[in-house]
Design a protein around this ligand. Structure first.
Ligand SMILES: [Zn+2]
Length: 460
């Protein structure tokens, strides 16, 4: 009999890690880090409750760090591969893991300078060498190709529309079929093909990020247009914090399309200020096998639809600093998406107390993050140790998120031919998980579990 152990993303939206054991074989599904509050981040330092060297393999749904950021750490602790991954995800990780290593190295340097770490000297969570070693373990498996994760454990990736390369995984072990959703995207969004749907599952692991919300019916693209027009009207700066991979590219696509149809000025400067997001733009533009029809049509007409004459891709640090002295109107899209670090913090420090500024959220803001505090109405926040008054206009368009809402999640599993024996909800805060569980029970009458971290289910 196989068992599935929940090692993260239980009652929270980060730290995805699930251990499948079948006979003497062990496969880890996703290998993410916890993000958000300092208590959550501290958990990343605890050793995993299994011997990393004993794993047959790791199977990864998508590139986001809360699903992959523990890979270099696992390597340091004796795991020697392989890591199965879709080809576009491998491309993204080639940038994401070295970037994460760089941030960890900077954190350690800062901790040593301020000597606030209990470890002397403070060491990075992983470094550039560890990131390179982890990249050496990646084995690409195309979508729809059945492959072996361990003797007797097969898996197949299918597209789930969340970010470039994102998959849901069907694992077959002990004559049981386990569907692991990863993060489920929305239908009819720009650039990427729509999510595919699972046809059969004995056990279903389903994400629940927006399990308690319904995205409004109003077109998020039009709402974005209105926010831009209002901010331009008062010659302000529109700051859009966005996850470097996925959100940033979708937002640029929408902004360019609003420029093309004349809703917003064609010459309005748009800055993408994140080296990681700039690298991901190249990958998004070149991944033609992943594009939907609209993207292909626009691409055939010439330029990649994410780029344009007034779109400035900012890699260079000095160029980023120079934006501080520029006057509006302009749009700055920068990372990180939940304001937990990155260049967006510098922009906030300079612009958040200016009433002409608009700060627009386009993705989920987890508990314990600066983004969540501002969204919940904080009048003053601390950025780099300095108190900053919040006088900017704060807006939120959750429908621009890369996650399906409650309706989308319930519809995504409507394709299952027969009820799963059990459904476990992961990757959601408590209220969201409970609301989605209630929704699934009332719509389908299914058995729905809300596993606690460390819990295991037997796949009978
Ligand atoms: Zn994700």
């Amino acid at each position: 009999m196989s068992t599935l152990r929940f090692l993260g993303a239980c009652g929270t939206v980060t730290g995805s890690k699930f251990l499948l054991e079948s006979g003497s074989h062990r496969v880890l599904l996703d290998c993410g880090v916890f993000q958000g509050s300092s208590e959550l981040k501290q958990k990343n330092w605890s050793p995993p409750p299994f011997d990393p060297a004993s794993l047959d393999s790791v199977v990864i749904t998508h590139a986001h760090i809360d699903h992959t950021g523990y890979l270099p750490r696992l390597g340091k602790q004796g795991f020697s591969g392989p890591v199965y991954i879709t080809p576009p995800t491998a491309g993204l990780l080639g940038y994401l893991l070295p970037d994460a290593a760089h941030l960890h190295e900077e954190d350690a340097l800062y901790a040593n300078r301020k000597s606030y770490s209990s470890h002397k000297p403070a060491l990075p969570f992983f470094d550039a060498k560890d990131a390179q070693s982890a990249l050496g373990l990646l084995r690409q498996v195309p979508f729809h190709e059945r492959a072996e994760a361990a003797p007797g454990i097969a898996f197949t990736f299918r597209r789930v529309g969340h970010i470039l390369g994102a998959a849901f995984v069907t694992v077959e072990a002990d004559a049981r079929r386990i569907v692991f959703s990863g993060d489920v995207g929305q239908r009819d969004v720009p650039i990427l093909l729509d999510p595919e749907q699972p046809e059969a599952a004995d056990y279903l692991l389903l994400e629940s990020t927006y399990g308690d919300r319904l995205h409004p019916d109003a077109s998020p693209r039009e709402e974005l247009g209105r926010v831009v027009v209002e901010t331009v009207g008062r010659r302000g700066v529109l700051l859009i914090p966005a996850f470097a991979v996925g959100r940033a590219q979708d937002i640029l696509y929408h902004l360019r399309s609003l420029q093309r149809d004349g809703t917003i000025p064609e010459d309005l400067p748009i800055y993408l200020d994140s080296p990681m997001a700039v690298s991901a733009v190249d990958l998004y533009c070149s991944a033609t096998s992943e594009h939907d029809l609209e993207m292909e049509k626009l691409r055939d007409a010439g330029l990649c639809p994410i780029e344009g004459p007034s779109v400035h891709l900012v890699r260079d640090r000095d160029e980023s600093i120079a934006l501080n002295s520029r006057r509006g109107p302009m749009v700055i899209v920068s990372a990180s998406g939940m304001l937990s670090g990155g260049r967006i913090l510098h922009h906030l420090k300079h612009r958040l107390s200016d009433p002409a500024t608009t700060l627009l959220f386009v993705g989920f803001q987890a508990q314990g993050t600066l983004g969540r505090r501002i969204l919940e109405g904080a009048r003053e926040v601390r950025i780099f140790g300095e108190p900053i008054a919040v006088r900017a206009e704060i807006r939120d368009i959750p429908a621009l998120s890369a996650h399906a809402d409650q309706r989308g999640l319930i519809e995504w599993v409507a394709s299952l031919a027969s009820p799963p024996r059990a459904v476990s909800l992961v990757h959601g805060e408590p209220k969201a998980r409970e609301a989605l569980a209630a929704g699934l029970r009332s719509k389908y009458g299914w058995t729905v579990n809300l596993p606690a971290e460390g819990e295991a289910v037997e796949l009978k």
